[in-house]
Design a protein around this ligand. Structure first.
Ligand SMILES: Nc1ncnc2c1ncn2[C@@H]1O[C@H](COP(=O)(O)OP(=O)(O)OP(=O)(O)O)[C@@H](O)[C@H]1O
Length: 311
């Protein structure tokens, strides 16, 4: 559904996207992950035919985005990271405006709008002014707007950013429904866990490059390395930190008040050794346990090593 070949975009001296080779199969929910400035929005705007690439090519469902923008626009629904919502319109009028823009004839508009409002769970807000809607509702209305022409592919740029947990869950459940309808969903976020359990595949961008791509589990296995242990203390972390900093094979150390999250090489014997050192030092440990590696840590590892790893 999406393919790019050496896709690049420069803004003056800034190389926002560097030789990107991406493939997204039809029907996939694909998470496009990366920190701020990684090049996600730029890539999405090129795929949405709103920006011209500096080099390389991109195809949507076989259509070249540069040569066939009209065909591409019929296939995609694009939700940018910021969009206006025409405050003086009701939800229904807002969608009617876009339905008209997409050439949906007036007799069909009412039905299309009802169906969309139901899908995004806003049927009861049909007559509400858009500026009276909560942020989560506005986002869902924005999603409905990019569905008016029943596109096969959705390109959603950080749709969940700024939403509270409940609004995120609601948004995600609408996305699940769209996925079950067979839509291909290309969605970006700078937070991997937010997408990991929803997406079939992910691509991680860092400084314009795709540094990892594949199914979530494969990527986790490839980059996990080592183990993570949580150590809970009855005292301030200073003494424990000093001790751990001298130990070999400690790959990361995060302190949150009296809890330490320690990335380390080695197996359970090594963990036992560390625990006995802490105890021998008189440090009051009341919990010491291995935890599943945080998916966010894996992401930071990938993104942090981006330049070296290559696609
Ligand atoms: N119109 C523009 N003019 C100049 N530089 C730009 C423009 N658009 C993007 N950039 C630069 O290109 C790089 C990639 O930006 P982009 O917005 O694509 O990243 P992103 O991964 O979407 O980040 P964010 O999550 O912050 O939106 C950044 O360095 C950005 O400053």
């Amino acid at each position: 559904m999406i393919r790019t070949e050496n896709l690049s975009k420069r803004f003056g001296n800034v190389e926002a996207v560097k030789s990107l080779n991406l493939e997204v199969a039809e029907g996939t929910a694909y998470g496009f992950i990366g920190p701020n400035g990684a090049g996600k929005s730029t890539t999405m705007a090129i795929l949405a035919t709103l920006l011209a690439p500096s080099e390389g090519r991109a195809w949507i469902d076989g259509w070249d985005v540069t040569d066939h923008p009209d065909e591409v626009r019929r296939i995609i629904g694009y939700m940018p990271d910021f969009f206006g919502v025409y405050d003086r319109l009701t939800a229904e009028e807002y969608l009617a405006f876009f339905a008209a823009g997409y050439g949906i004839e007036p007799p069909r508009r009412g039905e299309v709008i009802s169906r969309l409002l139901e899908l995004v769970r806003l049927s009861d807000k049909r007559d509400a002014y858009v500026d009276h809607l909560s942020r989560g509702m506005k986002q869902r209305l924005g999603l409905a707007r990019c569905l008016v022409h029943d596109p096969k592919l959705l390109i959603l740029d950080e749709p969940a950013s700024g939403l509270d947990p409940r609004a995120r869950i609601e948004f995600r459940s609408v996305l699940r429904e769209l996925k079950s309808m067979g839509k291909t969903i290309f969605i970006s976020s700078h937070i991997l866990p937010e997408l990991a359990d929803f997406c079939d595949a992910i691509g991680v961008m860092d400084r314009g490059r795709l540094v990892a791509a594949g199914n979530v589990q494969e990527i986790m296995d490839r980059y996990r390395g080592g183990r993570t242990v949580e150590i809970h203390l009855l005292e301030d972390a200073d003494r424990a930190v000093k001790l751990l900093e001298k130990e070999e094979g400690i790959t990361s150390l995060r302190v949150e008040e009296r809890k330490l999250t320690v990335g380390m090489e080695g197996d359970e014997h090594r963990q036992a050794e560390i625990l006995s050192r802490l105890i021998a030092e008189g440090i009051s440990v009341y919990r010491f346990e291995e935890v599943a590696t945080d998916i966010e840590d894996v992401f930071l590892k990938i993104a942090g090593n981006g330049e070296e790893k290559g696609p």
